[in-house]
Structures are given as structure tokens and as C-alpha cells.
Write a protein that binds this ligand. Structure first.
Ligand code: MRU
Length: 352
């Protein structure tokens, strides 16, 4: 199947990031699914804050938002050419880069914006705006292509389990792992979709099943702790997840809980697929031990929906990503092709 055989009007209509030409409008993912509200960013520090506070989230989406953040930062800078602008914009780029540490797409997008300024003349602002738009457009195209590639791996009638939110909300549109699920549903390959809640922030419960509902795709929500039992019942043949950073050897950082899904999948003979664009590849990082894992406020574990559920005075540990060893991954799907059972050699052949 090629990418264009999918009814994108049905399967790709949610947009988390909108550049109006003046303002960056971010669909506020802290409020979904009950409130559809936007955060309006008018300078780069507002974008950095929105990324840190998870108003916009998901590895590709934070890279795209940061790129538009650079466009906003350019408003406050007078510079003769690209080189001059790069120097003056650097503090704003550093603040954007510091907003979240784990997803490499953030640093990748900022590096692209820096590179775009090299050799730019007096029209450097327009150069930046074109580059941010290109980053967004390329992400959407990559997702649609990966959807077709990943769905092609799935035997018709399969059940799939996904984790976190990897859909339109986490990208320029369509999604990575959720793009594969959308394509697999459109092709009639996927029989049933399960989504884990994804404690503590509930990306699965608040965002993923909502996104699928918008498309008319039935999904079944499970508690994260039900995953191994679900696999034991034989209801799922694939776990399909996204990624925040994939190292040179295939080790993959993704939402906390992904690693235990990979272990459980291997134990039960369930296949494990990671879907991510090349902007998520970090060939400069040898393996997962080198990845900085974001730690968030332990307070995120003390309640649900603003209601405290834990007694006062309890300690909590809140790492929000973990690393799945490449050896537990059956396929990494990228827009450049599929890497089965990733190794350093295979990753180098694909990504240099
Ligand atoms: O903390 P989040 O919600 O930004 O974490 C997101 C994830 O872990 C996603 O699985 C990953 O970014 C891939 S999104 C296409």
C-alpha cells in the first residue's frame, strides 16, 4: 500500500501546533480531553515554558514548537545577516534547548535552525521561518510514510498495544506509532487496539484514546499494570510505541513503562515495534546508559486530576522516560525504512 491510499481527512485532522504568522498557537494538552484550549506564545520564552509545562509534548512536536520559538525570538533581534543573528539568538536557543532533556528532536530542530542561518543574508528572518515550516512539513510526510511501512509488518487480524501518546498531538500530524495504528486500521490489518493509561500524566488515557475516538477507531484502555496479563491472553501480537531518542546501538528512550512492556512482550512472544523519524536518531550517543532521563516533580504522583490520593509526607520518584535495550526491539520503523533487530552496524548503515 502507498501512503496516499489512506483517507487523511478521517485519519489526520488534529493539529497541535499552529503558526499564524504572528503567534504560535499550541493546543493545550494539559486540558484535553475535556477542554480544547490553546496557549498563545508571543516570544521564545513562552514557547520554552509551554514545552517544559507539557502544554505541547511528544518528541517531534517539541522540536517543531522550538523551531517556531526561534522564529519568535528573531522578532526581538536586530541583525545584519545570518551570522550576526545566530550569535544574538544563541541565548534564546539555549533556553529552548533546556526546556526538556530527553527527546533529541528538540536539540535536532534547534541545530537545524542554527544551520539555516549559516550563509543567510539580510533575509535571515524569512530563512528561519521557511526552515521551521520545512521541519513541520517533513515530520508530517515522514509520519505518513512510516504509517504505511509499519502497518506492512502487521499480520492481518492482529491486536496491538500502544503506550503514551504518539499521535497527531505528539507530532506535526498523523503520529508515529499511532500513525502505524491508523494505517493498520485503515488497511484492515489491525483487529483491536489497546492503549495503556500511561501514569502519571495519563497521555494514553487522556490523549491517545481521545485521538482514536476522533477518527472513529475503537480502542480499549487498560491500566498500565494490566499489560502482561493482556499479552498472556493472546489478545495482542504487537506492541507499537514511539521514541524520544534512539542511540547508535538501537537502545531507545521512550515514556516510562516502555521498557517493562518490551520485557513482557519478549516473554510472551509478542513483537515489539518502535516507530520514529530520523530526527529521533542520536548516532552520537553510543548506548542508552548515556541518555539523560528527565525527572519531574514527584508531586505528579500524589494525585489524579488535581485530587490528592496519597498521604502527606510520602516520598516519590518520578523518572518520566526509560530505556529499552535495542536487543528487545524487533523493528525500528523510520521514514528511511525498517531496521529489524537493530544493531550498531544496521543503525550505521541507515543513519551514518
Ligand atoms: O512526556 P511526553 O508526553 O512528551 O513523552 C512522549 C513520549 O514518550 C512519546 O512516546 C514520544 O515522544 C514519541 S511521540 C511521537
Amino acid at each position: 500500500m502507498n501512503d496516499t491510499a489512506i483517507d487523511y481527512a478521517r485519519y489526520d485532522h488534529i493539529r497541535p501546533i499552529l503558526w499564524t504568522g504572528e503567534v504560535l498557537e499550541l493546543l493545550d494538552q494539559r486540558k484535553l480531553p475535556f477542554l480544547v484550549e490553546h496557549v498563545h506564545c508571543r516570544d521564545s520564552d513562552e514557547v520554552a515554558h509551554a514545552i517544559h509545562a507539557l502544554a505541547v509534548r511528544g518528541a517531534p512536536a517539541i522540536g517543531i514548537a522550538a523551531a517556531w520559538g526561534v522564529v519568535l525570538a528573531a522578532r526581538a533581534v536586530e541583525a545584519a545577516d545570518g551570522e550576526d543573528a545566530a550569535r544574538k539568538l544563541e541565548p534564546a536557543l539555549q533556553r529552548l534547548n533546556a526546556a526538556r532533556p530527553t527527546a533529541v528532536n528538540l536539540a535536532w530542530a534547534l541545530a537545524r535552525m542554527r544551520r539555516a542561518l549559516e550563509g543567510a543574508g539580510a533575509d535571515w528572518r524569512a530563512v528561519l521561518e521557511r526552515e521551521a515550516q520545512a521541519i513541520s512539513d517533513e515530520d508530517l510526510a515522514a509520519n505518513r510514510h512510516m504509517g504505511a511501512l509499519g502497518a506492512g509488518l502487521i499480520t492481518p487480524g492482529s491486536g496491538v498495544l500502544t503506550h503514551c501518546n504518539t499521535g497527531s498531538l505528539a507530532t506535526a500530524g498523523f503520529g508515529t506509532a499511532l500513525g502505524v495504528i491508523r494505517a493498520g486500521m485503515a488497511q484492515g490489518r489491525i483487529g483491536r487496539v489497546f492503549a495503556g493509561e500511561t501514569r502519571p500524566w495519563l497521555q494514553g488515557a487522556r490523549l491517545t484514546v481521545w485521538e482514536l475516538q476522533q477518527d472513529g477507531i475503537d480502542a480499549t484502555l487498560i491500566a498500565d499494570s494490566a499489560a502482561s496479563h493482556l499479552m498472556k491472553t493472546g489478545a495482542v501480537q504487537w506492541v507499537v510505541v514511539g521514541a524520544d531518542r534512539i542511540c547508535a546501538n538501537g537502545d531507545t528512550a521512550n515514556k516510562i513503562g516502555t521498557y517493562q512492556l518490551a520485557i513482557a512482550a519478549r516473554h510472551h512472544g509478542v513483537k515489539f515495534m518502535v516507530v520514529a523519524p530520523s530526527s529521533t536518531m542520536d548516532m552520537d550517543t553510543a548506548d542508552g546508559a548515556q541518555i539523560e532521563i528527565e525527572q519531574r516533580d514527584p508531586g505528579e504522583l500524589f494525585g489524579i486530576g488535581g485530587t490528592r490520593t496519597v498521604a502527606e509526607g510520602i516520598a516519590a520518584w518520578n523518572p518520566v522516560f526509560d530505556v529499552t535495550p535495542g536487543t528487545l526491539i524487533d523493528a525500528i520503523v523510520t521514514e528511511r525504512g525498517v531496521i529489524e533487530s537493530p544493531t550498531l552496524e544496521k543503525m550505521r548503515a541507515a543513519f551514518g
